[in-house]
Design a protein. Structure first.
Length: 591
């Protein structure tokens, strides 16, 4: 072993210890590993930052933007509301979510399937009062298992198929992976239905100040325009559109205010409804009922694009000029260019018109105005800004567009027309251009520490290959496998592929391990198919780290996971995959 090889192994070993220790943030550990590799000479200065242009960085960043835009789709929310009503237990919820992403991963790239289902999982977790950490890692693992079912499910399958064609002249077909992949997916899903209890139930994504401030009783008002869906519905029917998450505190009809509104009261065109609930619920009621929210035309009045208009929460201080005044009385929009969307007053059920509500100290206001001027305006009004939250109320929703864009991107990758990185990058750009997500929200959706970690680790992991460390590993494996029975040799190849994947990524693992597997088979006098299949399974099943596959990386931030959380669920699942996968492979592909 050369000095450079020893240094490469040592740096990776220390890095893994720091990851598991968890006292330093994962992106800091990755940067330290890159710096150590530069000082040791295992990574050259020219290669130090090549990782930031790697496809996996583009895929993960773009997928986070696409997932955030998908969460705005009204169709997903409608499906989620139906699922929440039907699925009442954690195990059944997991069965549907994991089962869906597993089956979808067999037909489209697993990263795409996971990005499509993540918003539903996050919202189901919020509505069920559970931590997202209980949903997201099982879904990520399910997407990896589902990718084993078909040729196009994951990159290792395609690469292994090419290696087989080079060796035998016959590539693997579209469904040659199905017997093994379906068996492993079924076993894995059964395991995940029970093993989710191994995950920490208190992990959540890092909360911003705005998310920590949980204001849930905003009072707002909306008009029923001509032709609105809500016209002709009862009050109870409108409330049912949000599963009872809003209340109607009053109604104004023909200029007369009704303080008492019954559930069977029929809504008519031009009625003004006084609504109460959390911002997301108010937004769903307005969208589902075709209502017009107070202040809806702020962007139009300001002659600004919707992306330049934001919503912010602010509390009325004792010195505010708004105390004792109403938004309408002081002409808030005309004077300040800011619209009042809603008011929250603790313990108070408002029945007054929003524009006529006299404001008090301690009121929390939901204000809409120009993004670049909102902080200055609210300070001038004597308001204390709360951190801006990703509030959708008062913004334009694109229901079908995100689904159509992601569907087109997945179709293009499935047909081999464009690479996955290009498809996801293009989808993210189109989401922004079509208004499915604003540029500001797109940048907020990206987990920048994850991208820094990936960009820093890629040259560190490649150093193992460039210094000849992977060649050294292949020699060791050849020596160990010589005296093993066939099932032991297949298991060794699978375990080695699992172990190498975090440092080379799954595609590179196949490129390194597939020739080794073919050499094993030839030296033992066996057909290569079982060994190549073992490489594909091992490279596609990194359950131990967040860095071996982009699906694991994608859920790390939203799930609030630490590096050490992955082996909790991943180690027993890895053992199950090996003990189940080896007999399945040998049964389907006898040597």
């Amino acid at each position: 072993m050369t000095t450079q090889q020893m240094l490469a192994f040592a740096i990776i070993g220390v890095m893994m210890v720091l990851f598991i220790w968890g006292r330093l943030r994962y992106d800091v550990v990755a940067m330290l590993a890159l710096l150590a590799s530069l000082l040791a000479g295992t990574v050259s200065p020219d290669d130090a930052f090549t990782g930031f242009s790697d496809n996996i960085v583009i895929i993960v960043g773009s997928a986070l933007v696409v997932s955030a835009a998908m969460s705005r789709s009204g169709l997903i929310e409608a499906l989620l509301r139906w699922l929440v009503r039907k699925l009442t237990t954690m195990r059944v919820q997991l069965l549907v979510l994991v089962g869906s992403v597993t089956l979808m991963s067999a037909l489209i790239k697993n990263i795409g399937a996971l990005a499509m289902m993540m918003p539903a999982a996050l919202k189901m977790a919020r509505k069920s009062g559970q931590s997202p950490s209980l949903y997201l890692m099982p879904m990520a693992f399910g997407s990896l298992l589902g990718g084993l079912i078909t040729l196009v499910g994951t990159s290792p399958n395609i690469i292994v198929s090419g290696v087989r064609e080079q060796l035998t002249g016959q590539p693997f077909g579209m469904f040659d992976f199905a017997p093994v992949g379906l068996g492993l997916s079924l076993v894995g899903m059964v395991f995940l239905m029970f093993a989710w209890r191994l995950l920490p139930a208190d992990r959540r994504a890092t909360a911003s100040l705005g998310e920590a401030v949980n204001i849930s009783d905003y009072n707002s008002e909306a008009t029923v325009p001509e032709g609105a869906k809500a016209a002709g519905m009862t009050i109870g029917g409108l409330i049912g559109l949000t599963d009872g998450e809003i209340t109607v505190t009053g109604m104004i009809r023909d200029g007369e205010r009704r303080k008492v509104v019954l559930f069977d009261t029929t809504i008519k065109e031009n009625d003004i409804l006084l609504l109460r609930g959390e911002p997301d619920a108010l937004e769903r009621a307005v969208t589902s009922g075709g209502l017009v929210l107070a202040g809806h035309d702020t962007a139009e009045k300001l002659e600004l694009p919707q992306s330049k208009v934001g919503v912010i929460e602010a509390v009325t201080t004792a010195n505010s000029t708004l105390i004792g005044q109403s938004a309408g009385g002081m002409q808030l929009f005309d004077q300040q260019g800011v619209s009042l969307l809603a008011v929250s007053r603790s313990g108070h059920r408002m029945t007054e018109r929003l524009s006529k509500t006299a404001l008090q100290a301690g009121d929390v206001l939901l204000l809409q105005g120009p993004v670049d001027m909102l902080p200055e305006r609210i300070r001038g009004l004597g308001l204390l800004p709360l951190a801006e939250r990703s509030l959708q109320i008062g913004s334009v929703r694109k229901e079908l567009m995100p689904i159509l864009i992601l569907g087109a991107a997945m179709a293009l990758t499935a047909m081999g027309i464009v690479p996955v990185a290009i498809a996801f990058f293009g989808a993210a750009v189109l989401m922004i251009l079509t208004g499915a997500i604003s540029p500001e929200r797109a940048y907020e959706a990206i987990e920048w520490p994850l991208l820094v970690m990936l960009g820093a680790l890629i040259p560190v992991s490649e150093a193992l290959q460039k210094t000849g460390g992977t060649d050294l590993i292949s020699v060791w494996l050849s020596d160990i496998a010589t005296g093993l029975p066939v099932w032991g040799a297949v298991a060794l190849i699978m375990v080695a592929a699992m172990a190498v994947t975090p440092f080379l990524n799954n595609a590179a693992t196949v490129l390194v391990m597939a020739p080794i597997a073919a050499t094993f088979a030839d030296s033992l006098g066996y057909a290569p198919e079982a060994f190549l299949m073992a490489v594909a399974v091992g490279a596609g099943c990194d359950f131990l780290t967040p860095i071996g596959h982009q699906c694991n990386t994608l859920v790390m931030g939203p799930g609030g996971y630490r590096f050490s959380d992955y082996p909790r669920l991943g180690l027993p699942l890895s053992i199950l995959v090996v003990t189940t996968g080896v007999p399945l492979i040998l049964a389907v592909w006898p040597v």
